[in-house]
Design a protein around this ligand. Structure first.
Ligand SMILES: Cc1ncc(COP(=O)(O)O)c(C=O)c1O
Length: 435
């Protein structure tokens, strides 16, 4: 398959390295990809944390095909189509109680921008327009647009891009290997790290703060599971000061942690929740922002002929995405996938934590069907050790993902025990070879 690879500037990729030895995926089904050489690859990361029901599920494929034939596109401004309303209703039905309003976007990044804008406009609509400050968290990942990188806390994603949004601050991250290394599930130590928000309240005054955004489980920074009680404490502090709590559930949504959303797994209901990825099982780009009814109500004032929220995308609630989303939610429901990670978590955790003691493994973290294996970096060459392990696993027919020197696993929720074994065994062998 001779191809010129020059024109495509690949995202979040070492382009020159990749193009010297391309890793081409050409087909997928269930738990597997196939590469250009016909090799079968076990998908240990659900594509990119999105293919939660496994690949090319016929119900989803057929829904997209049928929709493309029936109606390709419908404008979302001042017009509607039935599947958009149906999908919003079905999403609200699996969301925490009271989060009944849904705004559609096309990606996680757009969901984040939308959520931040809703937070600001909400306060303004209620006469608290001085609440303009947005608070993120160190090591947070909220996509790549300007709002998202401003509240985000991954240095490489920020440092090239100027001064970002004004009026943003960050609370401390929760990674604390000295106290919590090799925690199974939620770490015991660290609820008090939420009190860092009180420091920012003392510094800026609560009356200037609109919202705090965190991932319930920080994924892209290397799988940081929230300490017991941490999210509850963050919720309490937000309530005390009238600050909105936004959960970025782009990764944790759709069964990843054993409940439809991380909010339910951890028993904390935010005010606004972002979603994407698993919403369409990765098949058509789509994101969503779920909002508390009371927040939505604050917008529904003024003359009825006026647009209430000056925001939206040409492809908000795209018919193909809605069709894919409906078929995806049906597949999740039919197969119990939104809670399957809970049943598999003990086995997954046991296998993963058995990597403790393998060469250079300095921490293992897990929750639901998410795992992180952190490696000691090669001196002076951060990320190289983990990336070498990634390449080795790829050679052995298993797709994992790395961020920094952490190997992250997030397999489709249909994974079977034998495939968990294959995933972890392949990783073990790669770790040994890398030693
Ligand atoms: C928590 C979180 N927010 C936002 C995003 C951005 O999503 P997208 O790449 O669809 O824009 C991601 C992507 O991994 C994510 O993990």
């Amino acid at each position: 398959m001779a191809r010129n690879l020059d024109a495509f500037w690949m995202p979040f990729t070492a382009n020159r390295q990749f193009k010297k030895a391309p890793r081409m995926l050409v087909r997928a089904s269930g738990m597997h990809y196939w590469d250009a050489d016909g090799r079968q690859i076990l998908d240990g990361v659900a594509g990119l944390w999105c293919v939660n029901a496994g690949h090319n599920r016929p119900q989803i494929v057929q829904a997209i095909q049928a929709q493309a034939a029936e109606m390709d596109y419908a404008p979302p401004f001042q017009m509607g189509h039935p599947k958009a309303f149906e999908l919003a209703e079905r999403l609200a039905a699996i969301a925490p109680a009271g989060m009944g309003k849904v705004f559609f976007t096309n990606s996680g990044s757009e969901s984040v921008e939308t959520a931040l804008k809703i937070a600001l406009a909400y306060h303004r609509a209620r006469g608290e327009g001085q609440r303009t400050r947005l608070i993120g968290r160190e090591r947070g990942y909220h996509g790549v647009n300007f709002g998202g990188i401003s509240v985000g806390g991954m240095v490489a994603n920020r440092k090239h891009f100027g001064t970002l949004l004004a009026g943003v601050d960050h609370i401390r991250h929760t990674h604390d290997p000295a106290r919590n290394a090799f925690s199974v599930g939620q770490p015991a130590q660290g609820a008090e790290l939420a009190d860092d928000l009180e420091r920012l309240v003392a510094l800026h005054d609560a009356s200037t703060i609109a919202a705090v955004i965190v991932e319930p489980v920080a994924g892209s920074t290397g799988v940081l599971v929230p300490p017991h009680g941490y999210l509850q404490r963050l919720r309490e502090i937000c309530d005390r000061h009238g600050i909105l709590l936004i959960f970025d559930e782009v990764i944790t949504g759709f069964g990843r942690t054993g409940s439809p959303f991380g909010a339910q797994t951890f028993g904390v209901t935010p005010d606004i929740m972002t979603a994407a990825k698993g919403l369409t099982n990765g098949s058509v780009p789509m994101g969503a922002v779920l909002v508390r009814d009371t927040i939505h109500e604050a917008f529904m004032t003024g003359p009825e002929n006026m647009i209430e929220f000056f925001h939206g995308y040409t492809y908000s609630a795209h018919p193909l995405a809605c069709a894919a989303g409906l078929a995806t939610l049906q597949t999740y429901a039919d197969e119990g996938l939104l809670t399957r990670a809970r049943a598999l978590e003990p086995y997954f955790a046991e296998q993963l934590h058995a990597l403790r003691g393998e060469p250079n493994v300095i921490d293992v973290r897990n929750i639901g069907l998410v795992g992180g294996v952190e490696l000691a970096p090669i001196a002076g060459e951060p990320t190289r050790r983990a990336f070498g392990v990634f390449l080795d696993c790829w050679e052995q027919g298993v797709l994992v993902r790395t961020t920094g020197d952490t190997v992250a696993l997030s397999p489709p929720l249909i994974i079977e025990r034998a495939q968990i074994d294959q995933l972890v065994d392949t990783l073990r062998q790669a770790l040994r070879r890398a030693a």
